[in-house]
Design a protein. Structure first.
Length: 277
């Protein structure tokens, strides 16, 4: 059975992204591949009139940013892969030829230490922290933070030991992250399981409670928390992708109580990354 065009495109995009992810620990030059992903994201950025594409605007804009690629980790790339793979079907056929080339192992250039965008030197404290947390998401404390569960004092202490003794020093931590609480930092790096975020906001995803524009705003909040762990500053709600949906006061002007309830759920996520059980 011949695979459908969209399935084949998604499969090849998966291969492209996964080959990049596998190359990170080896510090291989993946500039060519990054360029392909950025070209693809650029095509998506011209298709925001399509609802499915518009819904992933945050990920598209990240993939278009050179700053993002300079610090991208395996999990960051995996999130881009998951967000963009099913959108390839919307790109004109003549523009998808890059995914029908021969994706052999040599798609990754074998030059060592020459990456333009990414150089994962694990002697760097910040990179060690990010790499460790994303490779140890089954660690009990990290797992609980991803599941939006509060940690015990002992679990917080263990995280601090890892970050302040095993991976570096408390001084290095403060130099990189200032006074960011350990739980919030972990959450920011590993995010929150999407099913957990969906469940927390499920009461608002009903036409009985909210209209379509309000539900779209809630879905954008779900996307943001799943990727970033928390909404640490409500000012972010005044920027894209939220700005495209409208301000909270404009969306909920006739029912600010609903807006307050939604923000209360978001605030609970932040509290659960800081407060002990």
């Amino acid at each position: 059975m011949v695979p459908r065009r969209e399935d084949e495109l998604a499969r090849r995009f998966d291969y492209l992204m996964l080959s990049m992810e596998l190359s990170l620990p080896q510090s291989k030059n993946i500039t060519r591949n990054i360029g392909i992903v950025m070209q693809t994201a650029d095509q998506f950025s011209r298709l925001y009139t399509i609802p499915q594409v518009r819904a992933t605007q945050y990920s598209i804009e990240r993939a278009l940013s050179e700053d993002f690629w300079e610090n991208a980790t395996i999990l960051d790339m995996e999130r881009i892969r998951e967000a963009l793979r099913d959108l390839l079907k919307f790109i004109e056929k003549k523009k998808t030829h890059i995914y029908y080339t021969d994706f052999e192992d040599n798609i990754i250039e074998e030059k060592e230490g020459a990456a333009i965008y990414i150089s994962h030197d694990l002697k760097n404290y910040k990179k060690k922290v990010e790499y460790y947390l994303k490779e140890h998401q089954d660690h009990l404390a990290v797992y609980k933070l991803r599941r939006n569960k509060r940690l015990t004092p002992e679990e917080f202490a263990e995280l601090e030991r890892i970050l302040w003794e095993e991976l570096g020093t408390k001084e290095e931590y403060r130099k990189e992250y200032d006074d960011t609480p350990v739980g919030r930092l972990v959450r920011k790096i590993v995010g929150v399981d999407r099913e957990v975020v969906n469940a927390a906001f499920s009461d608002f995803l009903s036409e009985e409670k909210l209209n379509l524009n309000q539900m779209r705003f809630v879905r954008l909040m779900i996307d943001y928390i799943a990727v970033n762990g928390n909404i640490e500053d409500n000012q972010v709600l005044m920027k894209d992708p939220f700005r495209s949906a409208g301000s909270i006061t404009a969306l909920f002007g006739n029912d600010l109580s609903a807006a307050r309830e939604i923000m209360k759920v978001a605030e609970e996520f932040r509290k659960n990354s800081e407060i002990t059980a």
